[in-house]
Design a protein around this ligand. Structure first.
Ligand SMILES: [Zn+2]
Length: 284
């Protein structure tokens, strides 16, 4: 299908009540697994490419690989810049044909986050791309006990409306108790805070740090108004586990080994699509 912004699919997700996944990829095998899962489950999805690729030479290599496969897919797949580190990275992603960009100014003072997000929105909308920003700060799992677990970095509901209004942003990542990477401790979601934020703005809300949440927590987040869920770490962990298990077999080749990455991504992405309620949404 043609590569377009995910925003129209987001509206459908919001109306019906499911979440669209953003699965990150760094290489070819995981990408194949993600697309197989989306096609198999007849679900729309987003492939996320991390901002660090724009600090390295030839980011168009992986970008084009993902673009060609996404465009050839029978379900809607969009490509987002994940955690865009600067205005420049966002422009590079738009120039490379990303359908959407996330600008992450969540560690900056509010005024600066607003100012740069606003510039990114202006540039992205000029070429028909959607923009996600982050308000509050989703920390890392290894700091969870001291940060997210203490409700540090949580999105302040009082500034959400102002942020959305002043920036014109299309989707908002919020901090309600998740963290990136593996959790030190058990994640606790502040569903009351999610409800409060959901009451104040209408744009799709995004949950980062999905790896490590239980299926019930995912379902509660979706029921509470989350429309986009980012997952990567668990896909990497499962890939590693499958490769280690496979390595113990007698007949291991490079191809059979790397196939385990594709299969790990495919199986877990397909499972998460069921949890998120997204199965069949591409046909609705
Ligand atoms: Zn994230």
């Amino acid at each position: 299908m043609p590569l377009v912004t995910i925003l129209d699919e987001m509206k459908k997700a919001q109306a019906v009540g499911y979440a669209i996944p953003c699965f990150d990829t760094f290489e070819m095998h995981g990408t194949l697994g993600i697309i197989e899962a989306l096609e198999g489950q007849r679900a729309p999805g987003i492939i996320g490419l991390y901002t660090s690729m724009f600090s390295r030479p030839n980011p168009e290599a992986l970008t084009n690989y993902v673009k060609v496969l996404s465009e050839a897919s029978a379900v809607p797949i969009s490509i987002i810049l994940d955690h865009g580190a600067s205005f420049e990275h966002c422009i590079m992603a738009l120039n490379a044909g990303f359908t959407d960009v996330m600008y992450d100014g969540s560690k900056l003072p509010l005024a600066e986050n607003i100012a740069t997000t606003k510039m990114v929105v202006r540039a992205a909308h000029a070429v028909g791309a959607g923009v996600e920003a982050e308000l509050g700060h989703v920390g890392t799992g290894r700091d969870y006990r001291a940060f997210g677990g203490q409700q540090k970095g949580f999105t302040e509901p009082d500034i959400v409306e102002r942020f959305v209004e002043e920036t014109g942003v299309d989707m908002l990542a919020i901090a309600i108790g998740t963290a990136h990477g593996l959790y030190d401790g058990d994640p606790v979601l502040a569903l009351d805070l999610l409800a409060e934020i959901r009451r104040r703005v209408e744009i799709p809300l995004v949950l980062h740090g999905g790896s490590g949440l239980s299926d019930d927590q995912f379902r509660a987040a979706v029921a509470g108004g989350i429309q986009k869920i980012n997952v990567f770490t668990n896909l990497a962990v499962l890939s590693r586990e499958r490769m280690l298990a496979h390595a113990a077999h007698d007949d291991v080749s490079l191809h059979s080994m790397t196939a385990e990455i594709r299969l790990a991504f495919r199986d877990e992405c397909a499972r998460l699509l069921e949890v998120f309620g997204t199965v069949g949404a591409a046909d609705a």
